[in-house]
Design a protein around this ligand. Structure first.
Ligand code: IPM
Ligand code: MG
Length: 360
């Protein structure tokens, strides 16, 4: 039976990069027999403009019905003045929460061809391969109570709540452990247990859960130190597991180690392996519509989609090989350009990948 993929282009560069990723899916369908159907729907600012809400019911329904979701990016300055409850980001957060996508996998891999593009010395980052496992449906992003209240003296006070249940910590640590078993069997759990009770509990539960995986070496690190270690000696890490907000911050940091945030895909999975796939970068309003954005993070997100939700590892390998071959051939978008390479725009990069797919 054919699998259904919901395509959500979103805002900013979202539609441009997703267009290229769809070309890849179409090529796999038409030339390699991938049995899929695709639907498209609105999310984020585009959905707010058309339907008055960043996550319209129609979109949510399609997302529930789909086997996997491919998303571009949401947000932009145009919607910043809106009330926080209807900002584009709420569309994304709503999807994560409604679809119960608690496990966010953010690989940070340095392509050897791009070692020069990293802001760190090549010897610090060469061979880098980290998997950040970010908890995605809990923590301070969703904790109640939250808001801004007026105090008796008239001053306003903003507040959010960092909250994790033992079961939430345990399930995300298990995801990290299972992934580590297929990699180098090391997990570093990142917390702020020296200050925050919630993450003191996180550490305790991580330790208890880790005991079920005697082959995996579990370590713990405070988040401030983890941020420092990521830029000092990133290759010490194999799998990192952490809270929603720490994972948000550390994954941007890890992304930059690899030269460009334009290269990194992500998968957000539920307990059954259904997933939403998106580049970890944002909507980049400054370059939207110019045809210069790097579509590779989205195309690599397609590879993750094939691997994790469609159970098509050979197709996933094919996509990753195509990206590798195109980088080998010297084709670069502006964000990963270095002297002597051939600079292309979004569409030409997509075309190059499709051509490489047919050869790979
Ligand atoms: C990310 C983004 C989102 C987040 C925003 C757009 C809501 O930064 O996916 O990392 O904070 O999770
Ligand atoms: Mg982020």
């Amino acid at each position: 039976m054919s699998k259904n993929i919901l395509i959500l282009p979103g805002d900013g560069i979202g539609p441009e990069i997703v267009h290229e990723a769809v070309k890849v899916l179409v090529c796999l369908r038409d030339d390699f027999g991938l049995d899929i159907e695709m639907d498209e729907a609105l999310v984020g600012g585009a959905a707010y403009d058309a339907a008055g809400h960043p996550l319209p019911q129609a979109t949510l329904k399609l997302a529930h019905e789909a086997d996997a979701v491919l998303l571009g990016a949401v947000g932009g300055p145009k919607w910043e003045p809106l009330d926080i409850s209807v900002r584009p980001e709420k569309g994304l957060l709503g999807l994560r929460s409604e679809l119960k996508l608690f496990a966010n996998l953010r690989p940070a891999i340095l392509y050897p061809q791009l070692a020069e593009a990293s802001s760190l010395k090549a010897e610090v980052v060469s061979g880098l391969d980290i998997m950040i496992v970010r908890e995605l449906t809990g923590g301070i992003y969703f904790g109640q109570p939250r808001g801004v209240r007026r105090l008796e003296n008239g001053e306003r006070e903003g507040f959010n709540t960092l909250v994790y249940r033992e079961s939430e910590v345990e399930r995300i640590v298990r995801v990290a452990m299972d992934i580590a078993m297929k990699r180098n069997r090391r997990v570093c759990s990142v917390d702020k247990a020296n200050v925050l009770e919630c993450t003191e509990l996180w550490r305790e539960v991580a330790t208890r859960t880790g005991a079920d995986y005697p082959e995996v070496e579990l370590s713990h690190m405070y988040v401030d130190n983890a941020a420092m270690q990521l830029v000092r000696a990133p290759k010490q890490f194999d799998v990192m597991v952490t809270t929603n907000m720490f994972g948000d911050i550390l994954s941007d940091c890890a992304a930059m180690l690899t030269g460009s945030i334009g290269m990194l895909p992500s998968a957000s999975l539920d307990a059954a392996g259904k997933g939403m796939y998106e580049p970890i970068h944002g909507s980049a309003p400054d370059i939207a519509g110019k045809g210069v954005a790097n579509p590779l993070a989205t195309i690599l997100s397609v590879a993750m989609l094939l691997r994790y939700s469609l159970d098509e590892p050979a197709m996933a390998d094919r996509v990753e090989r195509a990206v590798d071959n195109v980088l080998d051939s010297g084709i670069r978008t502006a964000d990963i350009y270095s002297t002597g390479m051939e600079q292309v725009g979004t569409e030409m990069m997509g075309d190059a990948i499709v051509a490489a797919l047919r050869k790979a």
